[in-house]
Design a protein. Structure first.
Length: 489
């Protein structure tokens, strides 16, 4: 099972999807290996993955397809393709565009969650059962035609699934440099009833499906026992959707007296003062909220289920309870001019005394992911149909040669602004840069590093030189950029 390589990101979270499938296949007696190309201490490029796969000689290679990694994944598939191996795809991009995956070398695609059908899919690919007998997938039949089988029902009883096969990856590969404690992620529920227009949330559906508190506590307890894990991160879409369940998890954690910290991702409209107080007492240290915007009109148009007022009340409340709020924002919706972006910047400034850090996710400038309302409504007007298949719209690899020193620092992993999906005006771009500069300065300030004054001074110098003469800025900063580029490669 392969998680394909990213040119820019090692990831801090373990690849839960393929670890879940590996656990199910392991129970059925299959020998499964995990190749996570972005594991922090063991990153692999396409060539490295091909060599490793050749030495393992698997019967079937499964791959998670994400839009952000799709060109690497298709390149990898074309190099792995051989009559001796079957290629199976799954994951968000494969669910949204299964036929594209089949056209790019895969023999079959499982749509949506994989646990309920993975054993049948493997049996069919090994020739042990008919391909038509596997629900919820598409495959290429003996005559080269694409076949689709009927839908598979969602897994209602998530407690019936085994725990992810964590023993197949090295726990040291996850957690991030800022979080050196042994780290593991846990998925405590699936599905989100909201319908945000930028979100590729189709994979787990709209119905919230929780695991029971006992089942989650059991996974945490055994993972901590087996690996000495000190920090758990709940990566659900909306962990706190059902507060009664969440309070039971908190009570269980307090009762078990595990020496752990934990964090979660959720919607800010689903947390109350009472719930936050339970979370805090049970060791929750961080909550990741998708705030997205400080512009009320934008929040309404993207169907975000909260208002600016809710954010204004609950971010400080979270901090007062001793939990760090980690905020995610998106700027550059197609209708947003400089005033709308300024409204988001104003909200960031207002909240900054309470904020742990602003998450430096590369899509903080809007990326129109396939299958989303934003993509469907704007692809024709802006001409970005199927952008992920070409390098013209490349948004994640920094184009350092066109960036000032400051830009290359504040757009930490990428160049979304270069991709310019929505033809931003000069003023809007300037405002976007201000937002990112603000986030960068906030994030380095809270790191309290000895180098901060120097970092800040370099940033300001680059900014001033750039507005005076971009050529001069390049002359001064190119040697520094070259040094950094060397460090990157
Ligand atoms: C945690 C997380 C991350 C982590 C890392 C995830 C990791 N290591 O796997 C971090 C923070 C690094 C991250 C970053 C990004 N993420 Co993210 N992330 C998530 C999140 C919240 C949970 C992922 C998870 O653990 N899911 C739980 C497991 C069990 O599900 P799963 O991996 O999908 O696997 C199931 C099925 O997909 C399927 N399956 C998966 N692989 C395979 C393979 C085979 C062979 C088969 C048969 C089936 C199969 O079966 C699995 C079990 O049911 C999801 C949202 C979500 N609800 O899933 C977004 C999500 C995956 N991320 C998304 C995005 C957009 C990003 C970023 C581009 C955003 C950004 N701003 O930077 C980056 C790109 C990362 C990259 N590597 O390129 C989108 C992907 C959309 C798309 N079209 O690809 C999602 C769906 C969020 C959303 N709703 O829009 N992400
Ligand atoms: S609340 Fe989060 S997971 Fe749910 S639809 Fe909106 S962005 Fe997606």
């Amino acid at each position: 099972m392969i998680y394909p390589p990213s040119k820019t990101q090692g990831h801090t979270d373990c690849p839960l999807g393929i670890l879940m499938l590996a656990a199910v296949l392991g129970e059925a007696g299959y020998d499964v290996r995990i190749l996570d190309a972005n594991a922090q201490n063991n990153r692999k490029n396409v060539e490295g993955l091909v060599l490793t796969a050749e030495s393992i000689k698997p019967d079937i290679i499964g791959m998670t397809l994400l839009t952000s990694l799709i060109r690497e994944a298709y390149d990898l598939a074309s190099k792995l393709k051989s009559p001796d191996v079957k290629l199976l795809a799954g994951g968000p991009h494969a669910t949204i565009l299964p036929e594209e995956a089949l056209a790019n070398g895969f023999d079959a695609v499982v749509e949506g969650e994989g646990e309920a059908v993975i054993v049948e899919a493997v049996e069919a690919l090994l020739g042990l059962r008919s391909m038509e007998d596997v629900p919820g997938w598409r495959y290429i039949d003996g005559e080269g035609r694409i076949k689709r089988t009927g839908p598979k029902p969602p897994i209602i009883d998530l407690d019936s699934l085994p725990s992810p096969a964590r023993h197949l990856v090295s726990q040291d590969d996850y957690g991030g440099r800022q979080n050196p404690s042994l780290f593991s992620c846990v998925l405590t529920s699936r599905g989100c009833p909201a319908r945000c227009s930028f979100c590729s949330g189709t994979l787990f559906g709209k119905k919230f499906r929780p695991r029971s508190a006992e089942n989650i506590l059991d996974e945490i307890f055994h993972t901590q026992r087996s690996y000495g894990t000190r920090h758990f991160h709940f990566t659900d879409d909306t962990t706190t959707m059902n507060s009664r369940r969440m309070i039971s998890i908190c009570e269980g954690l307090i009762e078990k007296r595990l020496d752990i910290e934990w964090s979660l991702m959720t919607r800010i409209d689903t947390v109350s003062e009472d719930l936050l107080s339970h979370l805090s007492r049970a060791g929750c240290t961080e909550i990741h909220y998708g705030i997205e915007s400080g512009h009320p009109e934008t929040l309404r148009r993207i169907h975000k289920p909260h208002t600016v007022e809710i954010v204004r009340r609950r971010v400080p409340l979270t901090a007062e309870m001793g939990i760090k709020p980690i905020l995610y924002f998106i700027v550059g919706f197609p209708w947003e001019g400089p005033e709308a972006i300024q409204a988001t910047l104003n909200l960031m400034e207002e909240l900054s005394p309470y904020v742990g850090y602003y998450h430096p996710a590369i899509a903080s400038v809007l990326v129109p992911f396939p299958g989303t309302e934003i993509y469907e409504e704007h692809k024709k007007q802006y001409g970005f149909e199927n952008w992920w298949l070409t390098s013209d719209w490349n948004y994640d690899v920094p184009r350092k040669e066109t960036h000032s020193y400051m830009e290359s620092k504040i757009f930490i992993m990428g160049s979304v602004l270069d991709a310019d999906f929505f033809d931003y005006s000069k003023e809007a771009k300037k405002k976007i840069i201000e937002v990112f500069k603000f986030m960068y300065l906030h994030n380095i300030r809270i790191q309290k590093s000895f180098f901060n004054p120097a970092r800040k001074a370099l940033l300001e110098l680059s900014d001033r030189l750039q507005s005076f003469s971009p050529r001069l800025e390049r002359m001064v900063f190119t040697p520094l950029q070259k040094l950094r580029r060397k460090a990157w490669s």
